[in-house]
Design a protein around this ligand. Sequence first.
Ligand SMILES: [Zn+2]
Length: 377
Amino acid sequence: MSDASEHSKKVEEEEEEVTPDPQELSDDSSEDEAAGEMDFLRNLFSSTLGLGSADKVLDELTLSGVAHYINSGKCKNIICMVGAGISTSAGIPDFRSPGTGLYANLQKYNLPYPEAIFQIDYFQEHPEPFFTLAKELYPGQFKPTICHYFIKMLKDKGVLRRCYTQNIDTLERLAGLEGGDLIEAHGTFYTSHCVSSCCRKEYNLDWMKEKVFSDDIPRCDKCSSLVKPDIVFFGENLPVQFFTSMKSDFPNCDLLIIMGTSLKVQPFASLVSRVSKICPRLLINMEKAGQADPLFGMLGLGGGMDFDSEKAYRDVAYIGTCDDGCLALADLLGWKTELEELVKKEHARIESDNKKEKASDSKGAAAAAASEPRKEE
Ligand SMILES: [Zn+2]
């Protein structure tokens, strides 16, 4: 045996000696102290090695493993991270991707390139294309999905720490999440502001809606500058709240549920690596996402998802629609009937609210329909 392997064998043995057996410790008379020591060792091993059987929180890396954990009572701080995929079943297209019908409707504006519509500099010169798009996507025309109501249920059960969304459709709010439950990382239509940095007057959803549907370019009452919904354009910073909440939320997260996002847009995507090394992460998406980039791994940034390797110990992937994934998880949790009833009740309420609203502003809707862009043959 060479010196090197002799040495490594010795190190292994020493490590085995100092690693306490959890079984032994639980028999110890001073259980609290032992638990504290275990936590200390667990953290030490997590931070130095990143792996180990002590890090395994889920009894199995499946949806039922996740359900057992939620029902165990040990999982009190769930963070949801969501993207466009949770709203597709509501009929909202992923409008940021070129090639969707929405971009085709914008051809008459001769955008230099599709993304220009969300470029702040372009918007200040040419606000019309953005407001045409805003009319088509306007909040209030869509209903939250099963997935949105599943997140609301997590809140009702007292286990939702926060929902981080990349969506600007406000469906989380419509499903009953409130300001404190929600970080709208890419902003929201819910509020709008005057773009002039010395004015910044705030406008509400009703004010903006009235302008958008009467095809007026919204201008500030006070200074006549443009008024823009508070969605984050390319070239603008993410909301301050995103950064402040992130720092306190992620280290305390017991379970991260990532839904309907391919984790490609930064800095949102890197949030998955901000939870502790033992925190289980469930991805519900049409495809696997967030796996370690070999390059990032080499740079020591790490934190990528690992669903399949031999070392996988905390990441679970459900491949399918967000609604199906949430229903399957709700079923395993014993919440399925409750979830289905919540969806039914809330959809009925929204439909009746919309009917009332339509009756009161049918004039505006008729005007909006008349000015809808038509495709010339
Ligand atoms: Zn102003």
